[in-house]
Design a protein around this ligand. Structure first.
Ligand SMILES: O=C(NCCCCc1cc2ccncc2s1)c1cc(-c2ccc(F)cc2)cc(O)c1O
Ligand SMILES: [Mg+2]
Length: 214
């Protein structure tokens, strides 16, 4: 029977990456997606921008919306300080199952809490469920029409503090026009656009980094 693309990505990790070596996991996925099959990972070019933001913020608490196969989850977690925690939400059970195995292969399961379900349902429950006060960094990479409503929801739920950083993937391709309009014009955020390319292609895309001003 036919395998899924996430299953083929996991197979490439298990074949080409070293257990316990997150950077080799990231490299194996990038090699597969650049040379074998495109997939919607943030990728190596935007991934370097992600790395620089994570390193600069040095977050103790991270929320990732949209796990997919765990590429950016592993990429972020590999840069976190020892007691830091990353919560990642994934809607699709098949993708979540693959991501758990990719995360385990990278040896990062103790830093990462993967939650299956929809962001709109889970965001209001994160405080009570995981004892989180606020997030130092949020990486938005899920349904593009959920970036704006979920940002407003995080504000309402008190999950953002003065200085919390939002980093949004795909603000050009596929695009998140309502989110960009809101975040760039709101007096409660200071935003910066990092121009790049859609993963593994020459098409324009970019990351929008926004600081919540409280
Ligand atoms: O849709 C994308 N990503 C979201 C997948 C939706 C997964 C979800 C996770 C979750 C968790 C919690 N609540 C709700 C949800 S929904 C996506 C798509 C492209 C792309 C670009 C050009 C193309 F031609 C074709 C695809 C590129 C990207 O980098 C993406 O991130
Ligand atoms: Mg993306």
């Amino acid at each position: 029977t036919q395998t899924t693309r996430p299953q083929r990505i996991l197979a490439a990790v298990q074949k080409n990456a070293t257990r316990g070596d997150p950077r080799s996991v990231v490299k194996a996925i990038d090699q597969f997606c650049r040379h074998k099959e495109w997939a919607m990972n943030v990728g190596d070019e935007k991934g370097c921008i992600l790395d620089s933001v994570v390193t600069e913020v040095n977050p103790a608490t991270v929320l990732e919306l949209g796990t997919y196969c765990g590429y950016s989850t592993v990429r972020i977690a590999s840069l976190l300080p020892s007691h830091a925690k990353l919560i990642t939400l994934e809607f699709d059970p098949g993708n979540a199952a693959i991501a758990r195995q990719v995360i385990a292969w990278a040896g990062l399961a103790d830093k990462i809490q993967l939650v299956e379900g929809a962001s709109g349902d889970w965001i209001p429950k994160l405080k009570e469920k995981f004892g989180i006060e606020t997030f130092d960094l949020v990486f938005l990479d899920h349904w593009k029409d959920r970036y704006l409503p979920d940002t407003k929801l995080m504000e309402e739920c008190g999950l953002l503090r003065k200085g919390s950083i939002l980093l949004a993937d795909n603000v050009i391709c596929p695009g998140t026009p309502d989110y960009l309009e809101y975040i760039r014009n709101s007096p409660r955020y200071k935003s910066q656009y990092f121009k790049s390319h859609l993963e593994y292609t020459k098409a324009e895309d970019g990351l929008e980094k926004s600081v919540f001003l409280g």
